[in-house]
Design a protein around this ligand. Structure first.
Ligand code: ZN
Length: 269
């Protein structure tokens, strides 16, 4: 059991006798891009806006709040022993910066039709992989950074490539030397590994359970295969500049199913 897990459990023990919102989930505010990891009493059921969340045998559950989420969310915790508890939490908006990325190959910004079709196929494969809802609960042990380095691109920033606006940045970019080891931020199972996607180059996805997964893009080398079980800190590949990149860096993405979350907003540990 990690210190993070112990700290969360302790917070919830206290929360059990605190006010209504804390009795439900132990937090009273959410920010856009947040991943929420919580533990409830064994046997409780949890719903988010009426949608049942997977709860592990020892009470852990997780969900995320998207970059553009604005409407408050309602969490309901139901127990066989006590009255249900329901709390509505506001979402705090964030100011997303604008980032100009110049010097990427123009064919990656405005791809010709044949390439556009390839990109669409590849993105559909990744998107389908992200919908996996497994009973792993590795997310409950917390996350470490996959490598240390300067943040060269923030989650959520409005991206302008070679002067053309594109989708907001879906993860955090960490500048690093080509070949530097990339470590698994949490334990899990490899659910996607492809050395050559058009936009994201060497690409690995790890399932941490309950729809929480992380992705690692632009890798120069992949050290894992689909289906492989990995521990937190295991080397999964090496930093590169494959796909749409101006130089070697790691793009680290974090998802709750199709909802993109901010890895830099994870609780420190
Ligand atoms: Zn990136």
């Amino acid at each position: 059991m990690t210190s993070y897990r112990l700290a969360m459990a302790a917070a919830l023990t206290v929360a059990g006798i605190a006010n209504a919102s804390e009795r439900c989930i132990g937090i009273d505010l959410l920010r856009q891009g947040d991943m929420v990891i919580q533990q409830t009493a064994v046997g409780n059921r949890v719903e988010l806006d009426g949608r049942p969340l997977r709860v592990s045998l020892d009470g852990w559950f997780a969900f995320g709040v998207g970059r553009d989420a604005r409407a408050p969310v309602t969490i309901e915790v139901r127990s066989a022993l006590t009255a249900p508890c329901r709390v509505t939490l506001p979402i705090q908006a964030r100011n997303w910066p604008v980032e100009h990325v110049n010097g990427v190959p123009q064919a990656t910004v405005s791809p010709p039709p044949k390439v556009a079709a390839r990109i669409a196929r590849e993105q559909a494969r990744v998107a389908a992989t992200r919908l996996l809802d497994s009973d792993l609960n590795d997310f409950a042990n917390g996350f470490i950074w996959p490598l240390s380095g300067r943040i060269s691109g923030q989650f959520g920033s409005q991206r302008i490539y070679n002067g053309e606006p594109r989708a907001p940045h879906s993860g955090v970019d960490i500048a690093a030397a080509r070949g530097e080891a990339v470590k698994a931020p949490a334990a899990g199972r490899v659910i996607f590994a492809d050395a050559d996607l058009y936009l994201t180059g060497g690409t690995v996805l790890i399932d941490h359970g309950h729809g929480i997964n992380s992705s690692f893009l632009h890798l120069s080398r992949l050290d894992v295969q689909v289906g492989q079980r990995i521990n937190q800190g295991d080397v999964i590949g090496a930093v590169g500049a494959t796909g749409r990149a101006t130089g070697p860096h790691l793009h680290w993405g974090l998802n709750w199913f199709d909802v993109r979350l901010d890895p830099a907003a994870l609780p420190p540990r």
